[in-house]
Design a protein around this ligand. Structure first.
Ligand code: HEC
Length: 149
């Protein structure tokens, strides 16, 4: 079986696990878990980007796919009514008039899709795609995520 097909099956398992998780946890806990997943995959990618670990195109493909799924999962979990009643670092600015929070979320998703589509075979091709994704984390966190208390 080709490795990308195997990855697709692994992802399906992950998604099934995620929906089981969703059934028992609040939207805030779910979106935090999704972001944490994204952060974990970024550490794998960051290690390669910095030359600390060897470039592995399959590991990159898998990490990007997991991040894309987590981002798609997280996006609707930032809806207005879900902001209340639990520990969260989401800033109220997310829900303020004229907020571009959802557009920034969309941008992360678009850049993840572009990186997956490009399927970078080497580090040189990967770096700008990685940089584009990483920029979306920073920009959104600066505007919309409160510091750790
Ligand atoms: C469109 C906005 C947005 C983008 C883009 C975004 N984040 Fe976040 N992220 C947030 C917000 C808001 C929170 C706080 C969520 C909460 O506490 O409810 C958060 C929380 C987190 C957390 C903490 C989760 C926890 O355990 O509490 C991590 C880790 C994280 N993000 C990583 C990333 C990485 C890595 C990227 C880029 C690949 C990224 N995020 C992109 C808005 C964003």
């Amino acid at each position: 079986m080709n490795i990308k097909k195997t990855a697709a099956i692994a992802l399906t398992t992950l998604i099934v696990a995620a929906s089981a998780y969703a059934a028992t946890h609040s939207p805030i806990a779910q979106r935090k878990a999704a972001m944490k997943e994204i952060g974990g995959q970024m550490r794998t990618l960051g290690g390669m980007a910095q030359g600390k670990t060897e470039y592995d195109d399959f590991a990159v493909f898998s990490a990007l796919e997991i991040m894309l799924n987590a981002a798609i999962t997280a996006r609707p979990l930032f809806a207005d009514s879900m902001n209340m009643g639990e520990e969260t670092r989401a800033k109220p600015e997310i829900w303020a008039a004229g907020s571009d929070f959802d557009a920034q979320m969309g941008q992360m998703i678009t850049r993840l899709e572009a990186a997956i589509e490009a399927d970078p075979a080497d580090l040189e091709t990967f770096l700008p795609l990685f940089g584009a994704v990483a920029a979306t984390c920073k920009s959104c966190h600066e505007a919309f995520r409160a510091p750790e208390s």
